[in-house]
Design a protein around this ligand. Structure first.
Ligand SMILES: Nc1ncnc2c1ncn2[C@@H]1O[C@H](COP(=O)(O)OP(=O)(O)OP(=O)(O)O)[C@@H](O)[C@H]1O
Ligand SMILES: [Mg+2]
Length: 306
């Protein structure tokens, strides 16, 4: 197995040499899917490269340097999905990184490569936001089918594929409802957003604090659901996920990266060696709580500036 590396090129990042059983399990029985959202794989073998990124905001006479010659590489693990979580203090630049990758924002200087090719204006990587982002004037079915329609897929085929995805995310019976709160709950609306982004089989999926607005019980349920759809839908994207919740990070991730700030750097990287299939029982294991505690200490140190 190739080791996943997501690191600042010139940093001494801690990368424990774990041969993860989950990665082996995930690689079995998986279908490799292609997507029009990203270019075909380039020569580098990497999923994402951020190279020499600088981001300076000039605000009322003072300048805020968010990134200074920042580099990040996300290695591909062939035929195997990976959940990469970014954590760090508020304002360190996590959402900004996702916006660079998605194409919503360009850095002050520096380059973004997707599968070895410099990203172009028309490359768009799907992103799920904290705020519910469905189209309220469309039904659940039309919301989920929309990305396929925009790609030129016929309406009947788009609806058929959308219905499959609606089933996977557990919303069968809700397909003709407006995708609107309170007709659908917050958790259901996030499922619509996830279905809409997954229906095109993206190779990369970006999620920026997608469950931040949910209550604790719903949040745990949707975490289990998110892990399970990668099994059921036989999709294996690279997910770049942002959260402030240590337990959410451990539950979902294959890798966690902690960024410090001013300007941002990768401070820590560690792999989560838990089984690929994760249900609520995982949360009660000693391994899980050890990871959560370790992460908690790291985040505390970060806040103290250690
Ligand atoms: N358009 C802008 N103009 C000025 N400053 C900006 C702009 N966009 C982002 N910033 C600054 O860039 C920094 C990084 O912002 P970003 O939203 O990426 O942080 P974050 O790590 O996602 O924080 P949080 O955890 O609170 O979501 C912050 O200091 C923010 O104030
Ligand atoms: Mg943010």
């Amino acid at each position: 197995m190739k080791q996943n590396i997501f690191q600042k090129k010139d940093e001494n990042v801690v990368i424990p040499p774990l041969e993860s059983s989950q990665a082996k399990a995930q690689s079995a029985e998986k279908t490799t899917l292609t997507s029009d959202f990203v270019p075909a794989a380039g020569q580098s073998g990497d999923v994402i490269n951020l190279v020499g990124i600088n981001q300076i905001y000039n605000d009322h006479g003072s300048s805020n340097i968010v990134f200074k010659d920042f580099n990040l590489d996300v290695k591909d693990i062939k035929d195997c999905g990976q959940f990469i979580t970014l954590m760090g203090k508020s304002g360190c630049g996590k959402s900004t990184l996702l916006r660079y990758i998605s194409g919503l924002q360009a850095p002050t200087s520096g380059d973004v490569y997707i599968y070895g090719k410099k990203r172009t204006e028309k490359d768009r990587i799907p992103m799920v936001f904290q705020q519910y982002t469905s189209f309220e004037w469309k039904t659940v079915l039309d919301n989920v089918a929309l990305p396929l329609i925009l790609k030129g897929v016929s309406k009947s085929e788009a609806h058929e594929k959308a219905m499959d995805m609606i089933k996977i995310v557990g919303l069968t019976g809700h397909e003709n409802k407006w995708a609107k709160y309170p007709i659908l709950s917050g958790g259901q609306l996030q499922r619509v957003a996830i279905a809409r982004n997954l229906v095109v089989n993206p190779q990369i999926l970006l999620m920026d604090e997608p469950f931040g607005a949910l209550d604790t019980v719903t949040r745990k349920q949707i975490q289990v659901f998110l892990r399970s759809i990668f099994e059921e839908a036989k999709v294996d994207p690279t997910v770049i996920f942002v959260t402030h919740s240590e337990s959410e990070a451990v539950f979902l991730s294959t890798d966690i990266f902690i960024l410090d700030s001013g300007p941002a750097n990768v401070k820590h990287h560690f792999k989560i060696d838990l089984p690929a299939k994760r249900d609520d029982s995982v949360r009660y294991s000693t391994v899980f709580t050890d990871y959560v505690n370790k992460l908690g200490y790291m985040m505390e140190d970060l806040k103290k500036g250690k």
